[in-house]
Design a binder for this molecule. Structure first.
Ligand code: SF4
Length: 400
């Protein structure tokens, strides 16, 4: 059965993609094991055939063990396509090229792809020191994460404000990015303070939309300070809803923060920023699906929008030998995510040119929804919201 572009995105994330040796990748973006490790696949752009969302960006797993048994393989004739060997279906794709600024050096002599990488059409930068859960004894890192192996190995251990500003500027001028996502794991009560000069410098000297993702801190007033500096997006990684699964998979978060702190911080941030600007991140495919659906509903009730990662048993992680999730379950989760956003009239996908390859975004999941009157009302509302918000975004992307 032929899949639509979002279904293909989900199935590729669950099954992976084989790369035959005789298929040259040309100048495609290289597999990059940075940040938590989710960008470890091949970046693809899949046309949707829909005016609502012309393209979907996918980071398809290619190096993890399960990808070797995938029914999907990359093929090349006139252009690239993904072939499903179960039924011979062919899906045309393009492979975004590696930008020339990746190999350029910052004024501190650091290659810019050691500072940040494109994950879709936005720039992702891990700015803080290595997440403290990795240096505890015993280690309390989240079991799916590889940040502790990547920072200082596949990416620079120390990123100065000038390294980050220069990389952001190159990505804006040459790759047309509009958004940079800064993250940094757990840093005690210093994380938000540490990230402030980066936010300020990017806003003033480059002019981009800036997102921040860090472990929650108990002094919520620190989020006010970030917003005052011009931060455009805040996200918190709730990960799992069931308390036992949370403690098992995220031992540091469970022991140091407790799950309720994530939800309280999320609610606080959702009141600080406009609707659609705050996200709660969950990881699907580890705990039973019913918990993931409840997590999505909870995040939406708190006024945030859900970002759902499909669990990837990344090489080097403590969960590398776990099985990836089933397509049918993940399709169900993503359809639920879109419906939850629609029920709350969340203005998803409103910011300009932000395509995320490492997760199925709520607006990707519009392709899964039943075409009812409610669907068209909501899609019409999203278009209006995008149109109405464009002057605000233009203003917020102006350097000082
Ligand atoms: S908080 Fe967990 S997921 Fe985030 S960097 Fe630390 S170990 Fe990784």
């Amino acid at each position: 059965m032929r899949l639509n572009a979002c279904e293909l995105e989900i199935d590729l994330m669950c099954r992976g993609l084989r790369l035959p040796r005789d298929v040259s990748l040309g100048g495609a973006r290289a597999v990059s094991r940075t940040r938590a490790g989710l960008g470890s696949g091949l970046e693809l752009v899949v046309p949707t055939g829909s005016r609502l969302k012309p393209y979907i960006w996918v980071n398809a797993p290619v190096v993890e063990t399960f990808a070797a048994a995938s029914p999907y393989r990359l093929a090349r004739a006139d252009g690239y396509c993904v072939v499903d060997d179960r039924d011979g279906a062919e899906y045309p794709v393009t492979l975004p090229r590696s930008p020339s600024w990746y190999s350029r050096l910052t004024s501190n002599d650091v290659a810019m792809n050691q500072i940040g990488v494109l994950q879709g059409t936005y720039l992702g930068i891990y700015v803080n020191p290595v997440c403290a859960f990795w240096s505890m004894e015993p280690k309390l890192n989240c079991r799916f994460c590889t940040t502790g192996q990547n920072v200082g190995a596949n990416e620079a251990r120390v990123k100065t404000v000038s390294d980050v500003v220069e990389t952001c500027r190159a990505a804006k001028e040459e790759s047309g990015i509009t958004f940079v996502h800064l993250n940094g794991g757990f840093q005690g009560e210093r994380g938000l303070e540490f990230i402030k000069p980066f936010v300020q410098a990017i806003k003033e000297r480059v002019g981009l939309l800036v997102g921040v993702q860090l472990a929650p801190e108990r002094n919520f007033k620190r989020y006010d300070a970030l917003v005052a500096l011009g931060v455009d997006h805040l996200s918190l990684c709730v990960e799992l809803l069931d308390a036992q699964w949370f403690a098992k998979i995220c031992p540091g978060k469970a022991r140091v923060h407790g799950q309720s702190l994530y939800l309280a911080a999320l609610q606080y941030c959702a009141r600080l920023l406009p609707p659609g600007a705050v996200a709660g991140e969950v990881i699907a495919g580890i705990e039973p699906t019913e918990h993931t659906l409840k997590a999505i509903d909870r995040i939406v009730e708190l006024g945030a929008f859900p970002t759902v990662c499909i669990f990837r048993p990344t090489i080097g992680s403590d969960m590398a030998d776990w099985a990836p999730p089933e397509y049918t379950e993940m399709r169900r989760v993503m359809a639920h995510m879109y419906e939850a956003c629609r029920r709350r009239w969340l203005p998803i996908g409103v910011a300009p040119n932000i395509e995320v390859s490492i997760v199925v975004t709520p607006d990707d999941a519009a392709l899964l929804a039943e075409r009812s009157a409610r669907f068209y009302w909501y899609e019409g509302y999203r278009r209006l919201a995008r149109f109405a918000a464009s002057p605000t975004f233009r203003r917020r992307m102006r350097a000082a």
